[in-house]
Design a binder for this molecule. Structure first.
Ligand SMILES: [Zn+2]
Length: 92
């Protein structure tokens, strides 16, 4: 049986992430810093993963880092509209 391949949301996310890191590194770093602070502020006491939050934990927590990445991509979505030649449409 043939498998029909459709891109999952996760694939699209990692595709966007790769584009950003390749073509907009400084935007990426800046937006990521902001996103990191925001997520950290929203989870003052307990981390995204519900463990006790410390700076050290955040930097090594996959769930926390995932959330920061997702937010960073949201912040930079405008790049796909502004620079369609550099950031081609991510197709389904
Ligand atoms: Zn955590």
């Amino acid at each position: 049986m043939k498998k029909i391949y459709t891109k999952s949301r996760r694939d699209k996310k990692s595709e966007r992430l790769a584009f950003l890191q390749k073509y907009a590194m400084s935007d990426w770093l800046k937006a990521r810093q902001e996103a990191d602070e925001e997520v950290s502020r929203e989870h003052e006491m307990w981390c995204v993963c519900r463990k006790l939050c410390t700076g050290l934990h955040e930097s090594s927590c996959r769930q926390f880092q995932n959330k920061v990445n997702t937010r960073t991509i949201q912040k930079l979505k405008h790049l796909w509209k502004e620079k369609p030649l550099i950031f081609p449409k991510i197709l389904n």
